[in-house]
Design a protein around this ligand. Structure first.
Ligand code: HEM
Ligand SMILES: *[C@@H]1O[C@H](CO)[C@@H](O)[C@H](O)[C@H]1NC(C)=O
Ligand SMILES: *[C@@H]1O[C@H](CO)[C@@H](O)[C@H](O)[C@H]1NC(C)=O
Length: 354
């Protein structure tokens, strides 16, 4: 708790001292955090406009929404620090499939199959119970008001902040879908052995560019991955029974101990081996030294595309630059193909259509 206060103090001081764009990720720093925010500037980050959403969407109908989310998050993350990572990832797996409409939370239904069974999600996504808890509390406080899609966005932001990362003003007002897309989940979330060209393609399909790709990949400063997602790199990266040559030697040996050639598929390893529960820029420093865990992490530095490589270097050098870009790209990702107005619905239970 003391460290969160310290973090606040540091960020506020930086915001006051600096009028540069580096810290403009915090224009509405005190918004919705129960700190009695006076100086919040209600301007979207980077001056971008997001039609249909607004940070004050629940200011009349459920002013305590973010406080409720934060209190559940604090309890869940203090019990299990990895939960912050898992909840951050949720918003990504939601937004890349049919847009940010909480389709990822739906169970099987007679007319559609749940996304929970897809390759990227099965035995992998975690934190459904935390979302259920948040939803139950919100239904008590403000029935049928806060959408599950907004809960995922709020949980992603809160988890980032509670792990030492940036806070940002979050546009709200998403509505929930009435269906899920198992096929969409299997086909739109990039696989961990993607080339840089493929990563760019998957992101472009969502209206996201190379800056968004590198910035959002920085979410891998938190959390763990299963052996099955990086085994190819250790034993047969290019079909020649050789390890990935971009993998740093000692790290390669450490990973083999966690992830044997046969079996151990569910053993886990940190995506950021230096600080897996702290949101910082060490992920980029590690990539610089050949210690990115997934192929998709390490290829940001290689390949023939100049922009991602330069950004990895910039972010490794400048934590605030990374925080600012991350916040911006999260807002952008949170704006993918939304249901707003009277489209979709506000689910009463995130697992089922009403
Ligand atoms: C660039 C393409 C990406 C690929 C290929 C990718 C792939 C993966 C894989 C394979 C895992 C491990 C899953 C498991 O073993 O169960 C993982 C974990 C994770 N991903 Fe990504 N990811 C990508 C982008 C993102 C983005 C955009 C975010 C969020 C903004 C994100 C957040 C996370 C987090 C926080 C974890 C750790 C989850 C946990 O510990 O529960 N990833 N990712
Ligand atoms: C599955 O998803 C892919 C990618 O979005 C799409 O091209 C394909 O048409 C979909 N297939 C079905 C059966 O919906
Ligand atoms: C990625 O992994 C999948 C599944 O294991 C495999 O079919 C595919 O060939 C791999 N792609 C690359 C580029 O190695």
């Amino acid at each position: 708790m003391a460290s969160f206060k310290l973090m606040n103090a540091i960020l506020i001081v930086l915001a006051i001292l600096s009028s540069s764009t580096f810290c403009s990720a915090y224009p509405g720093f005190s918004f919705g955090w129960g700190h009695g925010g006076g100086g919040g500037v209600s301007r979207p980050i980077g001056g971008l406009r997001f039609s249909g959403l607004s940070p004050g969407f629940y200011s009349q109908s459920c002013p305590q929404a973010n406080d409720i989310v934060m209190s559940v998050l604090k309890t869940a993350i203090s019990k299990d620090p990895r939960m912050a990572a898992s909840l951050l990832r949720f918003h990504f797996h939601d937004c890349f499939v049919q847009g940010c409409d909480a389709s990822v939370l739906l169970d099987d239904h007679p007319t559609f199959a749940s996304e929970k069974k897809s390759g990227p999600n099965k035995n992998s996504l975690r934190g459904f119970e935390v979302i259920d808890q948040i939803k139950a509390k919100l239904e008590q406080a403000c029935p049928e008001t806060v959408s599950c899609a907004d809960i995922l966005a709020l949980a992603a932001r809160g988890s980032t902040f509670l792990s030492g990362g940036p806070n940002w003003e979050l546009p709200l007002g998403r509505r929930d879908s009435k269906k899920a897309s198992l096929n969409g989940s299997n086909n739109n979330i990039p696989p961990p052995n993607s080339t840089i060209q493929n990563l760019v393609k998957f992101f472009k399909r969502q209206g996201l560019n190379e800056v968004d790709l590198v910035s959002l990949s920085g979410a891998h400063t938190l959390g763990m991955a299963r052996c099955t997602t990086f085994k190819q790199r250790l034993y047969n990266q290019n079909g020649n029974n050789q390890p990935d040559s971009t993998l740093e030697r000692s790290y390669y040996h450490d990973l083999k101990a966690v992830c044997p050639k046969t079996g151990g598929d569910n053993n886990i390893s940190p995506l950021d081996l230096a600080s897996p529960v702290t949101f910082d820029n060490t992920y980029f420093k590690l990539i610089m030294s050949g210690k990115g865990l997934l192929t998709s992490d390490q290829v940001l530095l290689s390949g023939n595309l100049g922009t991602p490589m330069q950004l990895v270097k910039d972010f490794a050098d400048d934590r605030m630059l990374f925080f600012n870009r991350f916040a911006r790209s999260m807002v952008k990702m949170g704006n993918i193909r939304l249901l707003t107005g009277n489209k979709g619905e506000v689910r009463k239970n995130c697992r089922r259509v009403n």
